[in-house]
Design a binder for this molecule. Structure first.
Ligand code: ADP
Length: 252
């Protein structure tokens, strides 16, 4: 579902690569936390998935799509197939909660009739049906993030990625947002979340991939814990360059 095979990315002017031969295979319906200190390469990995940045070498396949073959003009269409959640919510300030979700569906080409059916359902999923007429600045941070999540799952993406979705939220709200992501995962969506929140990672006990200096130094498949300093669990075989690519046929 998400496949990185020996992906390397160095930004112009930087001495070291932001991602250094990263191989990662995330299967459909997995829930994965991506952790690592600031500068470890987490955002760069996310930007590779959305094609905001391009790798210098290596292969990336997302939901069966080889990103090498996604042309520039097709990138917006490709991104609409993913659910993307941001730490700063990125809501349209002059549109209501309802309109924020409806607008995303309109852009994606959904008919008005379908939109009228879909928006209440997703607002109900994130428990915001009663706030539909409010504007973003009339909502709490957690509620704004829930609108952002509603918007990104409205088209029922197979994959949802979230870069630090709880960075601006307090503890209780963070738990609420992570609970919502878990619910979405239970419905069958693959989830990849970057976070600095040790508590959240340790409570959920899902797969935890740790990046350090652009390399995966730890990959705990089950009952993962937040551990930045050194690999407690040996890096799994799938980290070997070439292995992930061999799995490609199975994924697609
Ligand atoms: P993280 O999300 O884990 O904090 P990043 O992916 O943002 O890590 O950064 C990884 C490395 O790449 C860092 O050394 C950072 O300075 C560098 N980097 C990130 N974005 C850019 C950029 N646009 N130009 C140059 N260097 C960058």
């Amino acid at each position: 579902m998400i496949l990185f095979d020996s992906v390397t990315k160095k930004y112009p002017g930087d001495k070291d690569p932001a991602l250094d031969s990263v191989s990662l295979h995330i299967e459909p319906n997995e829930f994965v936390f991506l952790v690592g200190k600031s500068g470890a390469g987490k955002s760069t990995l996310m930007k590779m998935i959305t094609k905001e940045e391009l790798p210098d070498s290596g292969k990336i396949i997302i939901g069966g799509i080889d990103l090498d073959y996604v042309k520039k003009r097709d990138i917006p269409g490709y991104r609409r197939r993913l659910g993307v959640v941001f730490q700063d919510f990125k809501l349209l300030p002059r549109r209501t909660v309802y309109e924020n979700v409806a607008f995303a569906l309109e852009i994606a080409g959904m008919s008005s009739k379908e939109i009228r059916k879909t928006v209440p359902k997703v607002l109900d999923l994130v428990d915001l049906l009663d706030q539909a007429k409010k504007f973003p600045d009339q909502l709490s941070g957690g509620q704004q993030q829930r609108v952002s999540i509603a918007r990104s799952v409205a088209r029922q993406p197979k994959i949802l990625i979230a870069d630090e979705p709880t960075a601006n939220l307090d503890k209780l709200t963070t738990e609420e947002i992570i609970g919502l992501l878990k619910k979405i995962n239970d419905f069958g969506t693959t989830i990849l979340v970057t976070t600095h929140n040790e508590n959240v990672v340790n409570t959920l006990q899902k797969r935890v991939v740790t990046l350090k200096d652009g390399k995966i130094v730890n990959d705990q498949k089950n009952h993962g814990v937040y551990e930045l300093s050194e690999a407690k669990v040996p890096v799994r075989k799938m980290q070997t360059p070439g292995y992930a690519l061999k799995q490609r046929k199975k994924v697609i």
